[in-house]
Design a protein around this ligand. Structure first.
Ligand SMILES: [Zn+2]
Length: 418
C-alpha cells in the first residue's frame, strides 16, 4: 500500500505554524480551564464550526487563530502544545520539523520573549529526547528527530491582535503605521538573536507572515538585515496573495533562502511595476533565477486551496508548473489542525493529483532535508541527510519488491551536492 509506504519514509515539514496545529482536545481542555470562549466545546462541534474542510476565504481561515492563540499565553500551555505537536509529527514519520510562530502574539505582561521561545523549545526537546532514546533510533535503524524554530514577524498588525501589539501601538501612537510595523519586526529580530545566543536554542530562521497586499516586504528590510548579519536564515510568506514582485523583493531585499507558498510566481498578470515592460519575460527570468539559486518553495497544497478558493481544483495548482520549471520545492502542511492535514496526506495528495513519479517524490523529500535550516554543523547536516536517504532507499527497495515502481534511485536532489 502506498499509504503505508508514505507513512514509513522519513519526512520533513519546513512550513508549519504551531498556532495552527494545536490538538483540538487540548484547545478544548485549556479553553475550559481558562474560561476562554470557543464556538463549541466538543471535537465534533469545532470540526464543524471552526476547523472546516473548506473555507470561504482567507479571512474565514484566519478566524481559527483567534481561538488558538488565546490558549497559548502561558509557559505551561506553550510547552504542552509544542510537545504534542512534536509527538504528532513523530507519529507520522516526520523526523525533521521547523516549527514557526509569531512570539509577539504570545509575549504578555507575565511571559517575555525569553520565556515564550524557551517554552516552545522545552516542549519540542522533551518529545525529541523521548524519541531519540528509543531503541530503534539508538540502533541507527531510524533517523533521529531534530527540529528548528522559525520566528515570524508580522507584515502588519492592529489593535486587538495581542496584548504585546496593543502595548506596542500605544507606545508608538504618534508614528505612522508602516514605521511601527517595521520597528516591531526589528525588535523581534533583536530579541530573537539575543535569546538564541543566551540560551543556545535551535532558533534557525526568520519569517514574515500576515497580510501581503498593501504591506510590502521591503518595509521589514532592517529586521531581515539584522537577522542576516547574525546568520539567522530567512524565509518569507510571499506570492501567496500578491504578485511575482513580492517574491523578488523577498529574495533580494530580505535575503530569503526559501519562499513560503510562492503561489503567484508565474502570474504575469499580477506584475504591477510599470517599469517592467514585459511581464511574461520578467516572470520567466524570475523563475530561472529562483531555480538556479536553489531557493526552495515551501508548497502547502491543501492550505492554498482553502485560503484561495479561486484555484478551484487541486490539479490547477501551480505546483505542476513549479516542477516543470525544475524549481526546488518541498511539500509542507502550513497548519495541521486548521488545514486538517499532515505531511503524509500532502504527499499522497501530490502523488494523486500530479501523478508524481517516484523520482519526483524522492526529490521533494530530499529537498526538504537539504534545504532545511538544520541547527547543527554542515558536516552533521550532511550525515543526517545521508542517513535519511539510506533509510528511504531501504524502504523503497522493500516497497518495490511488493509493488509496482514508485521511485528510481539516483534522483536529482540526491545527487545535487549543493
Ligand atoms: Zn504559513
Amino acid at each position: 500500500m502506498i499509504e503505508d509506504f508514505i507513512r514509513k519514509i522519513p519526512k520533513s515539514d519546513l512550513h508549519v505554524h504551531l498556532d495552527g496545529s494545536v490538538r483540538i482536545p487540548t484547545l478544548i481542555d485549556i479553553s475550559k480551564k481558562q474560561k476562554l470562549k470557543l464556538p463549541s466545546y466538543t471535537v465534533e462541534g469545532l470540526n464543524k464550526l471552526l476547523f472546516k474542510d473548506n473555507y470561504e476565504s482567507l479571512v474565514d481561515y484566519l478566524q481559527c487563530f483567534g481561538f488558538t492563540i488565546p490558549a497559548m499565553q502561558t509557559p505551561e500551555n506553550l510547552e504542552r502544545i509544542a510537545y504534542e505537536f512534536a509527538k504528532d509529527n513523530i507519529a507520522e514519520g516526520v523526523c525533521y520539523v521547523e516549527v514557526r510562530f509569531a512570539p509577539q502574539f504570545h509575549v504578555n505582561k507575565k511571559m517575555d520573549f525569553e520565556a515564550t521561545l524557551a517554552s516552545v523549545a522545552k516542549g519540542m526537546e522533551r518529545a525529541q529526547k523521548e524519541y531519540n532514546n528509543s531503541a530503534k533510533v539508538k540502533s541507527g535503524e531510524f533517523p533521529p528527530f531534530y527540529y528548528g524554530i522559525i520566528v515570524c514577524a508580522m507584515r502588519a498588525f492592529g489593535k486587538g491582535f495581542s496584548q504585546y501589539f496593543d502595548m506596542f501601538l500605544d507606545a508608538h501612537r504618534y508614528s505612522d503605521s508602516t514605521m511601527v510595523h517595521a520597528l516591531a519586526s526589528y525588535e523581534l529580530a533583536k530579541a530573537t538573536i539575543s535569546v538564541r545566543d543566551k540560551l543556545g536554542l535551535p532558533i534557525v530562521g526568520f519569517d514574515l507572515a500576515g497580510a501581503e497586499a498593501g504591506n510590502p516586504a521591503e518595509d521589514h528590510k532592517l529586521a531581515y538585515q539584522f537577522a542576516h548579519k547574525h546568520f539567522l536564515h530567512a524565509t518569507v510568506h510571499a506570492g501567496e496573495a500578491y504578485g511575482p514582485e513580492s517574491i523578488f523583493q523577498a529574495i533580494t531585499d530580505l535575503y530569503a533562502d526559501r519562499i513560503g507558498h510562492g503561489y503567484y510566481l508565474f502570474a504575469d498578470d499580477k506584475v504591477a511595476d510599470p517599469e517592467i515592460e514585459n511581464p511574461k519575460a520578467y516572470v520567466r527570468q524570475l523563475a530561472q533565477y529562483i531555480a538556479d539559486r536553489r531557493i526552495t518553495i515551501e508548497v502547502c497544497l491543501t492550505s492554498n486551496l482553502q485560503t484561495n478558493p479561486s484555484i478551484g481544483d487541486i490539479t490547477k495548482h501551480q505546483f505542476k508548473k513549479m516542477m516543470e520549471a525544475k524549481l526546488s520545492t518541498t511539500l509542507c502542511t502550513d497548519n495541521r489542525t486548521v488545514s486538517k492535514t499532515n505531511v503524509s496526506k500532502e504527499i499522497l495528495l501530490a502523488i494523486k493529483a500530479f501523478n508524481l513519479s517516484g523520482e519526483s517524490l524522492k526529490d521533494q523529500l530530499v529537498y526538504g532535508f537539504k534545504r532545511s535550516f538544520f541547527p547543527g554543523t554542515y558536516a552533521e547536516k550532511r550525515q543526517y541527510v545521508r542517513q535519511v536517504i539510506d533509510r528511504y532507499e531501504l524502504l523503497e527497495k522493500e516497497f518495490l519488491k511488493k509493488n509496482k515502481p514508485v521511485a528510481k534511485t539516483g534522483s536529482k536532489a540526491a545527487k545535487d551536492k549543493r
